[in-house]
Design a protein around this ligand. Sequence first.
Ligand code: ADP
Ligand code: MG
Length: 376
Amino acid sequence: MSVTEVFTAAYGAEPAGLWAAPGRVNLIGEHTDYNDGFVLPFALPQRTVAAVGPSPDGRWHVCSTLINEPVSFGKPARSEVTGWGAYVAGVVWALQEAGFEVPPVRIAIDSDVPLGSGLSSSAALESAVLTALVDLGGLDLPVEKRPAIAQRAENVYVGAPTGIMDQSASIRCQDGKALFLDCRSYEVEQIPFDLAAEGLAILVINSNAPHQHVDGEYGARRKSCEEAAALLGVPALRDVATADLPAALDRLGDDVLVRRTRHIVTENQRVLDTVALLRDGRVREIGPLLTASHASMRDDFEITVAQVDVAVEAALDAGAYGARMTGGGFGGCVLALIDADRADATAAAVAAAYEKHGFTAPASWVAVAGPGATRI
Ligand code: ADP
Ligand code: MG
């Protein structure tokens, strides 16, 4: 059934329109967003589609093809709706908090973004709904201000302490481009990312590792970064220059804070170096930066699990130019930069390594940079 048919079956009317917002992979720059740093995501072809139309009873109604649990709510008070509907109620709430008159609507959601795999299905859902509400309500909310509203929905209403990257990627990415985002100023630069022209591809490997303790560990990393910044007397770890890192680490002393800080500062530098290479068209050369990013996440930030480490090793052994976990960690996906004609061989090598370790089989596909949120 198409999402239009789902809408019609649920509400007995035609939707006013369809809006889509993509999931994302982050090429490099992990956990840097909430440190006011740099990230470089691109939008996936996989996306969440919202069929949306006016709601005659003045309440909001939402259903999803993926979760058989329709949700209805009136003007949402903070965190009143729980479960998956909170991502939608949170967007309505955050828009109202920002002073907007939000039109009551009925929504049917469909998506091919895998849920909970670190490809940001949550931001795709928020961004599709937000874009629809802005269009249908004629809200005066420029694109560059939309991610912070969706982030507020997730941070304050849902209660997940995530940074600005996911919503920025889902809303602001462009076809064939990677989004170089400064998470302090929200300034962006669209970086050409046409891998096919270079005979290259990004293989995304879903580790299918069970997500465990994600929210608690994420919150703990965030707290360590804030603690380190406070001890160093800077607003955020973004303000520690690469050249000043050794002295900063000496001042911190504490082993855990040293390693967390080293990850953030070196990772910001790797994003800048990656952007510089891409601007120069030296795409293959970003490989070692991706692999170094993975080592930093594994050893210093400690956010990887055995499944993603094995996938990275197997992809590199199969000839990838570079590979790293992408997303918040503790499971999720790995990306590998490979020759375009090596996709099947690399996927097979990772699958074989998983079998040897007795892990649940991974899923792999080639990801091409797609467009951000839009009416379709
Ligand atoms: P990720 O963003 O990495 O996919 P999250 O845990 O942040 O993982 O978000 C996943 C949650 O978002 C799901 O458990 C569900 O509550 C909600 N969600 C995302 N997409 C959909 C969808 N299409 N239908 C219903 N709920 C969804
Ligand atoms: Mg998410």
